[in-house]
Design a protein around this ligand. Structure first.
Ligand code: N2P
Length: 361
């Protein structure tokens, strides 16, 4: 009996010692952005447990980072937010020598990222994408016939947008995207910080409110896929996820996605390690695992977003890599633009105006 007690005690001790040693990484990434199986595979391979939380707006991530100790070891801000957050000292410099797979990164994407992160010192690209129009093909046809959807007229001509109001219009809750697109539509500089230009864009955006069911940045994937909504200002990969979910459900709903002819915003989401991260080596291990070309390819297959790993390209399904709305060719690329972070004053104005646009006041 005594021997059994001793054995059990020893067992309990060794279990608690093992769990005390369990390595962990706290990841905060965008929702619908990873092949979930890869997270388990990472743990099996490295013994590092992943606590994986998600968000769907840069503003949410930024609020967490600014509130002090976020508890996260790895986050994925978009370019302009990354730039401002680097300037605020929120990230550690990245030691690329700890990322054996960084050599597979796409030099052109790295160069684009360097606009936000000079010298590529704090971040590596995860995915890059456009903002366009996702729609239910059949419902669009009954409402506007053969009129093309590849124009921001759909959003900004109130008579046109109103035709979709009954079947459900969603718009990204992302002022950066919507202000840039409105400025471009007005033939102004999409990166303008001029107060008069912002005011004009704001007035244009105010007019869409009556036909919009909700400003939200992730619900539209299922909303489109199950027929609850029929039009969304949406991110590219998420729109194709909606298309695939509808196809898998076999519900007969077909979802389309277009990059309007007037052009649109191109953005990038990037991995960075917060200054106050505790599990830094584990964060490096997780980034490096996702940069492995076959894993990057799997994340693109799952999310339909273009990844930043050039060596992954040959492993991506033709229907994704040849899809110009996901991997734009030169013609599409010539219609894309990027923006820079607003100064403090402009940011305040945009935040205030965006609240007014969303609430309709
Ligand atoms: C993933 C959305 C990522 C694109 N669902 C916006 N950063």
């Amino acid at each position: 009996m005594r021997k059994l007690c001793y054995l059990l005690g020893a067992l309990a001790l060794s279990i608690s010692a093992a769990s005390a040693q369990q390595r962990v990484v706290h990841v905060y990434n965008w929702s619908d952005y990873v092949d979930a199986k890869l997270i388990d595979e990472f743990t099996r391979e490295t013994g590092i447990k992943v606590i994986y939380d998600t968000y769907d707006s840069n503003e949410t991530l930024e609020a967490k980072l600014l509130a002090g100790r976020s508890g996260y070891d790895l986050v994925a801000p978009s370019g302009t937010f990354l730039q401002r957050q680097i300037q605020s000292g929120l990230y550690r410099p990245l030691d690329r020598s700890k990322l054996s797979n960084a050599k597979h990164l796409w030099p052109e994407v790295d160069a684009r990222l360097a606009v936000y992160d000079p010298g590529n010192q704090h971040a590596v690209n995860y995915m890059w994408f456009t903002t366009g129009i996702a729609y239910d093909v059949a419902k669009a046809k009954t409402r506007i016939g053969d009129q093309p959807l590849n124009t921001w007229d759909i959003l900004f001509k109130p008579d046109l947008l109103r035709k979709f109001a009954d079947c459900g219009v969603y718009v990204l809750d992302s002022p950066e995207d919507l202000f840039a697109i409105a400025l471009r539509y007005l033939k102004l500089n999409p990166d303008s910080k001029v107060p008069g230009d912002i005011a004009k864009a704001s007035a244009l955006l105010q007019r869409i409110r009556p036909s919009v069911r909700r400003f939200h940045s992730s619900e539209y994937i299922n909303g489109l896929a199950n027929g609850d909504i029929c039009l969304a200002v949406a991110w590219s990969g998420d729109s194709f996820q909606a298309k695939n979910r509808a196809r898998e459900a076999g519900n007969g709903i077909e979802i389309g996605y277009v990059i309007p002819r007037e052009g649109t915003l191109m953005s990038m989401d990037n991995f960075a390690i917060p200054k106050d991260a505790v599990n830094v080596e584990e964060a490096y291990a997780f980034i490096d695992f996702l940069l492995r070309p076959e894993n990057a390819a799997r994340n693109t297959t799952a999310s339909n977003f273009a990844n930043g790993v050039l060596a992954a390209a040959s492993m991506i399904l033709p229907e994704i890599i040849q899809n110009k709305a996901i991997y734009p060719d030169d013609e599409v690329m010539s219609r894309l633009f990027t923006v820079s972070p607003p100064d403090r004053q402009t940011q305040r104005t945009i935040t205030r105006e965006w609240t007014r646009i969303k609430t309709g006041r």
